[in-house]
Design a protein around this ligand. Structure first.
Ligand code: SF4
Length: 438
C-alpha cells in the first residue's frame, strides 16, 4: 500500500493483485513488486516469482520484498536469480528511484484494496505504527531481523489526519507496533490515540470505535500504571502473549489488572511446539478458562504453532511434540476456526475434559476429531474401547507408530488390537463442510 502511494505521487498507474492472474501476466509492466510473508510459503512464493518474471522488460525492475525475502534473501537469489530487497523501505536506492527512502513513512494507499475481490479483515481501520522494531530478541521471532532498530516514537495523529484527508474517516485503529510498551514515550502515545478519537467509549456514527494493538503487548513490560493508561482507550481486544507456562504468575496478574480496570475482552496468543510440552499447552488454555470464570473476562486463545523463521514448510516438530499431536491440534482448530472458546463447556468439548483426555483425543484419526458428533457412536467409541484395553507394552508400540503419523505403512503388528486400531486411520478423509464447522 505504501509502494502504491509512492508511485501514485509520481503519477504512475498501479495494479494490485493477490496471487496468480493470467490477464496481468499477459501484459508488459514497467515494474513488478512481489511481497513475501512466512518462510513456509516458500513454494508459493517461488512459483509466483516464476509466474510473473516474463511480464517485465528489464529484470532489474522486478522487486521482491517483505519478511521472508529479508530473512532468506540468499536462498531466494539462489533459487530465482533475483536479489531481494531486504528490510524496511526507509533507506536510499532500495527501489532505485529518487526519494525512495520515504516509502516507509508514506500514508498507505487504501484504494488498492478495492482492486481485488478478497476483503481484508479490518478494512475500515487506520493501519499505523507508533513505534517500530523491538528491544528484545526472542529466538522464535523474526522482528529483530526484519526491524533491528527500535524507534521509540512515530507521531500518530499526523498519520491519522493524512489518512482522513485522503481516504475519509475510518472507524477503528489497528496499531501494528511490535512492542509499544518498550517506548519511553508510551504516555504520549496513549494521549495521541485518545486525541485521535479512540478514548474509552468512543463512537463514530453511533458505532463503537476500537483500538487494537494487533501484534500483542509484552507482558513483561506491562506495569499496573501502563494497564491503567491502556484502559483509557477503547481497546478491544487486549492481546497478550502467554508463551510459556513459566510466565503463569505474571500472566495471571496482568489479566487481573485488566479486569480491575474494566478491560474484559482479551485475546491470547499461545505459542506451542517450541520449548513447551503438550501438557503445558493444555494447562495454559485451561488457565484462561479459570480466569474467565473467576473474573468474568472473555479471553479468546489463539494457539500459534512454532515454526523456525526460515523453514520452507510447516513440518517442524518441537522437542516435546510428535507429528500425531501436532496434526491432532490442527484438526481441533479446524473445527473451532482457530480460536479457543472462552467458555469451559466448549473448551472441554473441543480439547477434552482434562489433559489425559486431551492427549487421547489428539491420537484419534482426523475424521474422529474434526467431525466429533458424526463419529461419536460410529468409530470413536470402538477406537476408545480398544485403546483403553491396551497393555502398557501394546500402548507403547501403538504410540511409536502413531506418533510419527505414518500408521505403519501397511505392516502388521503382532497384536491384533493394534491392527484393529490402525484400520481406523485408513478410513478416507471426509471433506470439511462449512455447515459442520459452524
Ligand atoms: S517481544 Fe515480541 S516482537 Fe519483540 S522479539 Fe519478542 S516476540 Fe518478537
Amino acid at each position: 500500500m505504501k509502494i502504491s502511494a509512492f508511485h501514485k505521487q509520481r503519477g504512475d498507474n498501479v495494479r494490485f493483485i493477490k496471487g496468480l492472474n493470467k490477464e496481468v501476466k499477459a501484459q508488459m509492466w514497467d515494474r513488478i513488486y512481489i511481497t513475501t510473508l512466512f518462510s513456509f510459503y516458500w513454494n508459493e512464493t517461488i512459483n509466483t516469482i516464476r509466474y510473473y518474471e516474463y511480464s517485465i522488460q528489464d529484470p532489474q525492475n522486478l522487486f521482491i520484498g517483505g519478511p521472508m525475502a529479508t530473512l532468506m534473501s540468499d536462498e531466494i537469489e539462489k533459487e530465482t536469480g533475483y536479489r531481494p530487497v531486504k528490510g524496511l523501505l526507509n533507506e536510499k536506492r532500495k527501489l532505485r528511484l529518487p526519494n525512495d527512502y520515504k516509502v516507509d513513512s508514506l500514508v498507505p494507499d487504501y484504494s488498492i484494496l478495492e482492486q481485488i475481490e478478497y476483503k481484508y479483515p479490518a478494512s475500515n481501520a487506520y493501519f499505523a505504527h507508533a513505534t517500530r522494531g523491538c528491544i528484545r530478541k526472542c529466538p522464535f521471532c523474526a522482528v529483530p531481523k526484519i526491524e533491528p532498530f527500535y524507534t521509540d516514537y512515530i507521531p500518530l495523529k499526523k498519520q491519522i489526519i493524512m489518512i482522513n484527508e485522503k481516504y475519509g474517516e475510518k472507524k477503528d485503529l489497528l496499531l501494528l507496533d511490535n512492542n509499544v510498551l518498550a517506548s519511553s514515550q508510551f504516555d504520549k502515545i496513549i494521549d495521541e490515540i485518545k486525541e485521535a478519537g479512540f478514548y474509552r467509549g468512543a463512537k463514530l456514527n453511533n458505532r463503537n470505535r476500537y483500538v487494537d494493538f494487533n501484534q500483542g503487548i509484552d507482558l513483561r513490560l506491562l506495569t499496573k500504571e501502563k494497564m491503567r493508561l491502556l484502559a483509557e482507550l477503547s481497546i478491544k481486544p487486549l492481546r497478550i502473549a502467554f508463551d510459556h507456562i513459566k510466565l503463569e504468575k505474571e500472566y495471571v496478574k496482568r489479566v487481573e489488572w485488566a479486569s480491575e480496570f474494566g478491560i474484559n475482552n482479551l485475546s491470547n496468543y499461545i505459542l506451542y511446539n517450541f520449548h513447551d510440552t503438550p501438557e503445558d499447552f493444555y494447562r495454559r488454555l485451561e488457565i484462561n478458562i479459570e480466569l474467565n470464570e473467576r473474573l468474568g473476562t472473555k479471553i479468546f486463545s489463539f494457539p500459534m504453532k512454532y515454526i523456525p523463521i526460515d523453514n520452507r514448510d510447516r513440518k517442524h516438530k518441537g522437542k516435546y511434540w510428535n507429528l500425531r499431536y501436532l496434526r491432532g491440534i490442527q484438526c481441533i482448530l479446524q473445527a473451532t476456526h482457530g480460536v479457543v472458546s472462552p467458555q469451559r463447556e466448549f473448551f472441554h468439548a473441543a480439547f477434552g475434559r482434562n489433559v489425559e483426555a486431551f492427549k487421547k483425543l489428539l491420537l484419534m484419526p482426523d475424521n474422529y476429531i474434526i467431525f466429533r458428533e458424526n463419529h461419536k457412536n460410529n468409530g470413536t467409541a470402538d477406537w476408545a474401547k480398544i485403546y483403553d484395553s491396551l497393555s502398557n507394552e501394546q500402548q507403547k508400540e501403538f504410540h511409536d507408530i502413531v506418533f510419527e503419523n505414518q500408521f505403519n505403512n501397511g505392516l502388521l503388528s503382532k497384536y491384533s488390537k493394534i491392527n484393529i486400531l490402525l484400520a481406523h486411520y485408513k478410513v478416507p478423509k471426509q471433506q470439511v463442510s462449512l455447515k459442520e464447522l459452524s
